[in-house]
Design a protein around this ligand. Structure first.
Ligand code: NI
Length: 224
C-alpha cells in the first residue's frame, strides 16, 4: 500500500525546516548511497553530524509519530536514517532499490517502508517527481510541501531530473513490527472496518470478532 499523508507538517514546522536548510551545509549525497545506487545518485544532503540535522530529525520524527495512520498502517518499531536532500541544476536519483539494512551495531535497522517528505512547493521546481515502480506499474508523485508518501521499500524507484528550481525533501525509513507489506495491509483494512463498525453500531459481536481476528493476526505476525 502507498500511503500519502497531506500536511504531515504544520506550516510553522515547514517554515522552520526550510529556513534552517537555507543556511546549512550540504554534502555530496553519494556518501550515504549503497555501491550500486551511488552510480545513479546525484544530489546533495545535509551533513548528518551537523546541529541542524539533529534539530530537524527530532522535528520530523515527532511529526511522524503523532500521526495516527503511521501507527495503524505501518506499525513502526523505528524511524531511522533520516536524510535531508537538495536537488538542483540537473540533479536526479536514478532507478534503484534502497538498502535492506542500514546503520551499524546497536543502530542497525531494516528498511520495510521508505518515505519521502516533500519540503518544496511543486511549482518551485521543474521535474523532481518521485517515480515508484509498484505492483500496479509506474506511479508518479510530486506532493505539496509538508506532505509525505510512504511505500514498501521493496520497490524500485527514482527521482526525476530537476531541470529548474530547487527540490528540498526529507527521506527516511521505517522498520516495522510487521515486515511484510501485505500483512500490514490486511491488518490496516481490518482495523478500518472495526473502527467504522464501532462508530456506527458500538461494541457489537461483529466488532468483537473482528477485533479478535486483528489482535490474533498481529500476535502471529508481529516481531517486536
Ligand atoms: Ni531510494
Amino acid at each position: 500500500m502507498l500511503l500519502i499523508l497531506d500536511d504531515l507538517l504544520s506550516p510553522d514546522e515547514l517554515e522552520t525546516i526550510t529556513s534552517t536548510l537555507e543556511d546549512a551545509e550540504f554534502l555530496d549525497g553519494k556518501r550515504t548511497a549503497g555501491w550500486h545506487a551511488k552510480v545513479v545518485k546525484q544530489n546533495s544532503q545535509l551533513e548528518k553530524s551537523s546541529p541542524q540535522h539533529e534539530k530537524l530529525e527530532v522535528l520530523v520524527k515527532a511529526a511522524l509519530s503523532r500521526h495516527p495512520l503511521v501507527t495503524t498502517a505501518l506499525y513502526p518499531s523505528a524511524v531511522h536514517s533520516i536524510l535531508f536532500s537538495r536537488y538542483q541544476n540537473g540533479m536526479a536519483y536514478g532507478l534503484h532499490v534502497d538498502n535492506a539494512l542500514m546503520g551499524s551495531g546497536d543502530r542497525r535497522y531494516r528498511s520495510d517502508v521508505s518515505w519521502t517528505l516533500f519540503l518544496s512547493e511543486p511549482d518551485g521546481y521543474t521535474g523532481g517527481e518521485l517515480v515508484i515502480e509498484g505492483s500496479e506499474g509506474e506511479q508518479v508523485f510530486k506532493l505539496k510541501a509538508g506532505s509525505a508518501i510512504f511505500y514498501p521499500s521493496c520497490f524500485l524507484h527514482q527521482v526525476k531530473t530537476v531541470t529548474d528550481g530547487v527540490r528540498l525533501a526529507a527521506v527516511g525509513w521505517v522498520q516495522s513490527l510487521v515486515r511484510d507489506s501485505q500483512q500490514r495491509d490486511l491488518l490496516f483494512d481490518l482495523d478500518v472496518v472495526r473502527r467504522s463498525l464501532f462508530q456506527s453500531q458500538g461494541k457489537t459481536t461483529e466488532f468483537d470478532l473482528i477485533s479478535k481476528t486483528h489482535a490474533n493476526l498481529l500476535r502471529q505476525w508481529a516481531d517486536p
